[in-house]
Write a protein that binds this ligand. Sequence first.
Ligand SMILES: Cc1cc2nc3c(=O)[nH]c(=O)nc-3n(C[C@H](O)[C@H](O)[C@H](O)COP(=O)(O)O)c2cc1C
Length: 164
Amino acid sequence: MADSSGDEWTLRENRRAFNYFPILTHRLACIGAKDIDLGIDPLGHKLPYPIIAAPMGAHGFVRPEAEIGTASGAAAAGTIYESSGASANPLEAIAKAGSGPKWLQLYFNADIGVTRSLLQRARDAGYSAIIITTDALGPGASDEFIRLGRPFPPNFTFDNHDPR
Ligand SMILES: Cc1cc2nc3c(=O)[nH]c(=O)nc-3n(C[C@H](O)[C@H](O)[C@H](O)COP(=O)(O)O)c2cc1C
């Protein structure tokens, strides 16, 4: 991972925590690939392994196809794509990008009409669950993003939302 939010405290903590789990090999123990099942079934979706794509917005910063590319990659990998409320593509286009299961992350808008409209669009587009982000009171910016001078591409839009 190249970057994370804030001063990357959670990223460092995640890496530190993973280091508590060394892989202890057990050879010649009569275990074959068929004996190993990493599958999980969050909210009834059967997945081959316990990894899903966390909601991340603004993929248009780095690739022109933005979240459509990420969502089709997640579907090809057989896992859930959690579509960000701050996506550069509309949630409907992201939903069509792959046949895999999709959840939508919602920033609960103070204007209940906006929130209701997003929820209706999500249901119509086939999203099967909503993830509510409760810790974002305003736009965030990582220390690294600020250090780089907040390099916003010109004409960048968050296409889930009415530009007005
Ligand atoms: C580039 C980037 C974009 C993100 N965008 C969103 C977002 O749009 N909505 C959201 O709920 N979380 C977003 N997150 C948070 C992630 O889903 C995840 O919870 C978080 O990265 C884990 O904590 P950490 O970044 O502090 O390590 C984003 C994170 C990153 C790094």
